[in-house]
Design a protein around this ligand. Structure first.
Ligand code: PEP
Length: 252
C-alpha cells in the first residue's frame, strides 16, 4: 500500500523561534489526536531543520528541506548540499518546486543532479511538477506534466524511482486561493500514475505516493483526498497555522 502523506512547505516564512513554536504546536496536536496512518512532514527553512528535528517526535513527524544544491560540495557560496541536509536529521527534500524553477532557473538538467544527490544521501525527494495557467487553458496539461517527469525522475532506475514522492502542483493554484477541482486533481493524478505504469510497471505505479498541492486548505482537503489517486497534499500557506494543518491531516 502506498503511503498517505501530508507535507507542509513553510517556504521563506517564520523566524527560527516562530518555526520552533509552530513545530511544537503541530507535534503536540498530532501526539494528542494521532495522525491515523498519515505520514506528516514539515518542510522548513534550512536554518530551522536541526531545531525542528529536535522539537518533534520523529516517530510521528518527518522534516524536509525545501531545496538542496546541485553539487556535492565545494566553492558554491550560499548553497546547502544534500549531505549537509541529511546531517541535520532531515529525511525529505522538496525538489522542483515551481517557484524554484521560475525564480531560480531550475531546469530539468539541474533537477536531475539534485535528485541524484538527494537519493545518494538517503533523502526522499518530494518531486514537484505542474503546469501554468496558459498550458491548462490550452488543454495540453497532461502532456506537459508527463514531459516534466520524462525529463527528470523517469530517468531513474526502478529501484531509485520507488524512493520518490511526487507532488502535482498546478502553478495557477499555488498561493492563489484557486484550488484544482476534485475532478481536475484526480484526472491529473491518474494521468501521472498511467505514465508511471507505462515506464515502470503497475506495481511501482501503485506504490507511488502522488500528493496534490495548490491552495489546499482545511475546507477542501477532505474532498481532494477522497480521490483514489490523490495520496495526500503538499501544503503551503495553510501549513503555517497548526490548527489548519491538522485539519488537513485529518482530511483523510
Ligand atoms: C506550495 O507552494 O507548495 C503550495 C502548495 O502553496 P499553497 O498551499 O499556499 O498554494
Amino acid at each position: 500500500m502506498r503511503q498517505k502523506i501530508v507535507a507542509g512547505n513553510w517556504k521563506c516564512n517564520t523566524t527560527l523561534q516562530e518555526g520552533i513554536e509552530l513545530a511544537k504546536a503541530v507535534d503536540a496536536i498530532v501526539a494528542k489526536e494521532g495522525a491515523k496512518d498519515v505520514v506528516v512532514v514539515l518542510g522548513t527553512p534550512f536554518t530551522h531543520i536541526t531545531k525542528v528535528v529536535e522539537t518533534v517526535d520523529s516517530k510521528r513527524i518527518g522534516v524536509a528541506a525545501q531545496n538542496c544544491a546541485a553539487e556535492a560540495k565545494g566553492a558554491f557560496t550560499g548553497e546547502v548540499s544534500a549531505d549537509m541536509v541529511k546531517s541535520t536529521g532531515a529525511s525529505y527534500v522538496i525538489l522542483g518546486h515551481s517557484e524554484r524553477r521560475e525564480y531560480y532557473g531550475e531546469t530539468s538538467e539541474i533537477l536531475n543532479k539534485k535528485v541524484a544527490l538527494a537519493l545518494a544521501n538517503g533523502l526522499t525527494p518530494i518531486f514537484c511538477c505542474g503546469e501554468a495557467l496558459n498550458i491548462r487553458e490550452a488543454g495540453t496539461h497532461n502532456e506537459y506534466v508527463t514531459k516534466q517527469l520524462a525529463e527528470t525522475i523517469f530517468n531513474l532506475s526502478s529501484e531509485d524511482f520507488k524512493k520518490i514522492v511526487i507532488a502535482y502542483e498546478p502553478i495557477w493554484a499555488i498561493g492563489t486561493g484557486v484550488t484544482a477541482s476534485s475532478e481536475q486533481a484526480q484526472d491529473m493524478h491518474a494521468n501521472i500514475r498511467a505514465a508511471i505504469t507505462a515506464k515502470f510497471g503497475v506495481e511501482i505505479a501503485e506504490g507511488t505516493s502522488i500528493l496534490y498541492g495548490g491552495s489546499c486548505n482545511a475546507k477542501n482537503a477532505k474532498e481532494l483526498f477522497a480521490n483514489k489517486d490523490v495520496d495526500g497534499g503538499l501544503i503551503g500557506g495553510a501549513s503555517l497555522k497548526a490548527e489548519d494543518f491538522i485539519h488537513i491531516i485529518n482530511g483523510f
